[in-house]
Design a protein around this ligand. Structure first.
Ligand code: CA
Ligand code: CA
Ligand code: CA
Length: 161
């Protein structure tokens, strides 16, 4: 998985799922600005156990991987706040809603991280480029609570139909 580093104020905002087999057209390695970096599971508020209570194993600083999946069902929907799909939909996977660090200098999209995430082998070093953090409910103002509960990490599910 790749994105712009959290310290970058511009560039792209989305997390990208890169191919392992890049092909090139014209290139110039000596000049250029907009940098694409790797992404790691940060969840810094849970460094004591690397968010193991959420994922079953310590993911702190592990480099994130991703997959692009094909379904013969024509609609695909990522639902924040659910672990199961509504009737008539097929569950592809579920986990936690994550995004870039909210103190980062650029925005990111929200993505649904599988509840049992895999990592790049050998990626445990602390790189701090693209970072993944839980997204949690913020009650007291415009978010409706209940049903949402302040400080609770949001789940997500990907459903197809
Ligand atoms: Ca890393
Ligand atoms: Ca890190
Ligand atoms: Ca929380």
């Amino acid at each position: 998985m790749a994105s712009s580093a959290y310290t970058i104020s511009g560039g792209g905002a989305e997390f990208l799922c890169l191919t392992p087999d890049p092909q090139w057209s014209h290139y110039d390695e000596s000049i250029g600005y907009t940098k694409l970096s790797g992404v790691e599971y940060e969840f810094y508020e849970h460094t004591a156990d690397g968010a193991a209570k959420f994922f079953g194993h310590n993911v702190y600083n592990e480099d994130a991987v991703c997959a692009v999946c094909h379904s013969h069902r024509s609609s695909s929907l990522m639902m924040p706040g659910r672990t199961d799909c509504y009737t008539g939909w097929t569950k592809e996977y579920s986990g936690y809603l994550v995004s870039e660090y909210d103190g980062a200098t650029h925005e990111s999209n929200y993505i649904c991280l599988d509840g049992n995430p895999e990592s790049v082998v050998g990626g445990k070093t602390n790189d701090d480029e693209g970072l993944l953090y839980f997204v949690e409910a913020s009650c007291g103002k415009s978010l409706e609570c209940p049903p949402y509960i302040n400080g609770r990490e949001l789940t997500c599910v990907v459903c197809t139909k």
